[in-house]
Write a protein that binds this ligand. Structure first.
Ligand code: LMR
Length: 396
């Protein structure tokens, strides 16, 4: 049966975790996988999460199946977090949210839904995009093409080129957008650009599929989804994949959701039944724990404000580190990296060639994705100078 299967190369992002762990250099620095790290390089469980877990341990009375749509309380609260309590699509019952095993589960189920609704649709993804987008969405059998998004040479969004490419979309196509904290480049659309994208998608009758993996890591919980809320207001149909991995620090618990906005309540009810059927055929039902934790936090005034405080601390640290990194690189003579301080979320491209990335790994035990995407949260007061000097030395 298995004799013809060949071993595959490690995943371009997750493979770095194993290489990093195996490295015995005590100065090693992990700027690879997108996990938040505090000033000591740890990824602790949030206090609000621990409190919610303690509460659940006491109160949870059953582990019986929860069903393909997951936890209704979680679905409701997640939807409000994304769209806001008073958003017209929420009050008019035109949105449905379904718990998913992380953002990946939401992306995959969303792709399956598109495939069922419009099998010939082309899915447009940004160039560059997260390394797992194309494998995840493509495995549902969708045709995928890219639109220009970011120039590493100019450290800027290629907005005119993006619009030009999206003018080639056909009605019924789907455009994948990063809601905030673009992974891998950290460069987000500004409010005026979101307006222009909304106008284009509406005019060309194209469905936006918005990946919201970092809500709260950029400018704030509401500001980070302003683009999404605008599209939800302007367009009849929107698809959203959202994740609680980063903003609740629940990575391994796999908590996320797929939110679908439709033209009518009846359409949304049909979509709900289709998504539940898709879920049943993929993983039957989502894991409970992470979503139960999120529902407990968002449903309690105290825990919610504690969580918001913890989230703000993570966000602030990322933005402080961005500024420190720019200063450090300037002092080390590495070149012009001011763009890092203007970008948001955990990622930025350094703009290094693969051989420079390899040299950083081999000579200095500094790990980043081959594209030179770094997780800025991996920088600390302790390693900043070491990292900056190493980058300067490979740039010379
Ligand atoms: C990343 O981009 O590093 C994270 O989203 C983790 C992952 O699964 O790739």
């Amino acid at each position: 049966m298995f004799e013809d299967l060949q071993a595959l190369a490690p995943d371009p992002i997750l493979g770095l975790m194993a290489d990093f762990r195996a490295d015995t250099n005590h100065r090693k620095v992990d700027l690879g996988v997108g996990i938040y790290k505090d000033a000591d390089g740890n990824t602790p469980v949030l206090e609000s999460v621990k409190a919610a877990e303690a509460y659940l341990l006491q109160r949870q009375s059953s582990k019986a199946y929860i069903g393909p749509a997951g936890n209704p309380e979680f679905n409701h609260l997640l939807q409000s977090l994304l769209l806001g309590e008073g958003h017209p699509v929420v009050s008019s019952g035109r949105a449905v949210s379904i718990q998913m095993p992380g953002g990946c589960g939401a992306l995959r189920a969303g792709a399956e839904l598109i495939k069922r609704a419009r099998p010939g649709a082309t899915l447009w993804v940004s160039d560059p995009t997260w390394a797992n987008h194309i494998p995840l969405l493509g495995s549902a059998g969708l045709k995928i093409v890219t639109y220009p998004y970011y120039s590493v040479e100019q450290s800027a969004i290629r907005f005119e080129a993006m619009l030009q490419a999206l003018e080639q979309t056909d009605p019924g196509d789907v455009v994948l957008l990063h809601g905030c904290c673009h992974n891998p480049c950290g460069a987000d659309l500004d409010p005026g650009q979101w307006e222009k994208v909304a106008e284009l998608l509406q005019r060309r009758k194209v469905l936006p599929f918005i990946d919201v993996a970092y809500q709260g890591f950029g400018e704030g919980l509401d500001a980070d989804v302003a683009g999404l809320r605008l599209l939800a207001q302007r367009l009849g149909e929107v698809l959203v994949a959202s994740s609680c991995s980063k903003n609740f620090g629940l990575y391994r618990e796999r908590a996320g959701g797929l939110t679908v906005i439709g033209e009518t309540r009846a359409q949304v009810a049909a979509v709900h039944s289709q998504v539940c059927n898709i879920v049943r055929s993929l993983w039957s039902m989502p894991p409970d724990h992470g979503a139960a934790v999120v529902a407990t936090i968002l449903g309690s005034e105290n825990l919610r404000s504690q969580w918001q405080y913890e989230l703000a601390r993570m966000r602030d640290r990322i933005n402080v580190v961005r500024a420190q990194l720019v200063d450090g690189l300037t002092m080390a003579g590495a070149g012009e990296f001011g763009f890092i301080a203007r970008q948001r979320g955990m990622f930025s491209f350094l703009g290094l060639a693969p051989d420079q990335v390899e040299q950083l790994r081999r000579q200095f035990s500094i790990y980043m994705v081959d594209s030179s995407r770094i997780n800025v949260a991996g920088i600390s007061a302790e390693n900043c100078e070491y990292v900056c000097d190493a980058i300067a030395s490979v740039c010379r």
